[in-house]
Design a protein around this ligand. Structure first.
Ligand code: DC
Length: 227
């Protein structure tokens, strides 16, 4: 059977590098599907918190990962996350949920349980995949692999502005500490640690605005003849 190749662009890197904005823009620009893989780990963290499943109950967490009744609703560039039909998009975006997601994501059984769900997003005409291990583990044969970085200070500052704009009372020093902790956990875990794939193109966004990042990535898409 001659299956049609479904192109994939992976965008990995730590939070606060502009991955989410870049991926939303790119998926819309190309008319492709979008996988925000972090949202899967965040939903599982939300489930663990609401069902009071302790982080060391690996079987219960893996079971929850296998049976999540998860769906996504797309409204223009915004994707809402529904758990058993209930919109939990804003709940899963909290710092608390992100930190718990990073802990849940360090459990190998959880990662295995979520692997096929992520691969299933690969559909024509193509997929933009946002995460930590998209280019290394989930889509190792991707057509283009981008890895975004930025200094922890710049990332903390960006996150501070985002949270402040949403009316949250936050402190940059505290955010910087949390970012450092999360980076360490995500990059030192045994399975699928945060790191650039060998064939990834690394872009440091510390001194770039989002328009510049988008232009650079679009130039790579054209250069590689992906569309
Ligand atoms: O991208 P994010 O901030 O929504 O991700 C939340 C956490 O989920 C992140 O700290 C690590 C984990 N994660 C992961 O381990 N692998 C992915 N592909 C995406 C996210």
């Amino acid at each position: 059977m001659n299956r049609k190749h479904v192109p994939v662009i992976t965008v990995d890197g730590p939070s606060g590098t502009g991955k989410g904005t870049l991926c939303g823009w790119l998926a819309k620009r190309l008319g492709w599907h979008l996988l925000d893989s972090g949202s899967l780990y965040r939903v599982l963290a939300y489930v663990a918190a609401t069902r009071q499943i302790p982080i060391d109950e690996i079987d219960a967490l893996a079971d929850a990962a296998h049976t999540l009744d998860l769906s996504f609703r797309k409204d223009d560039e915004l994707v809402s996350v529904l758990l058993s039909g209930k919109d939990i998009s804003s709940e899963i975006r909290s710092e608390e949920c992100g930190n718990l997601a990073s802990k849940v994501a360090s459990i190998p059984e959880v990662r295995t349980a979520l692997l096929e769900r992520q691969k299933a997003f690969r559909k024509l005409p193509g997929l933009v995949a946002d995460g930590r291990d998209m280019g290394t583990v989930v889509f190792p044969d991707a057509d283009l692999k981008i890895y975004l970085t930025a200094s922890p200070e710049v990332r903390a500052e960006r996150r501070y502005k985002q949270l402040k704009d949403k009316g949250n009372d936050v402190n940059v020093a505290h955010l910087l500490r949390e970012i450092a902790e999360r980076d360490l956990r995500d990059s030192q875990r045994q399975v699928a640690p945060l790191k650039p794939a060998e064939d990834a193109i690394v872009i440091d966004t510390s001194d770039m605005d989002i328009d510049e990042v988008e232009a650079e990535v679009m130039a790579l898409v054209k250069e590689k003849d992906i569309v």
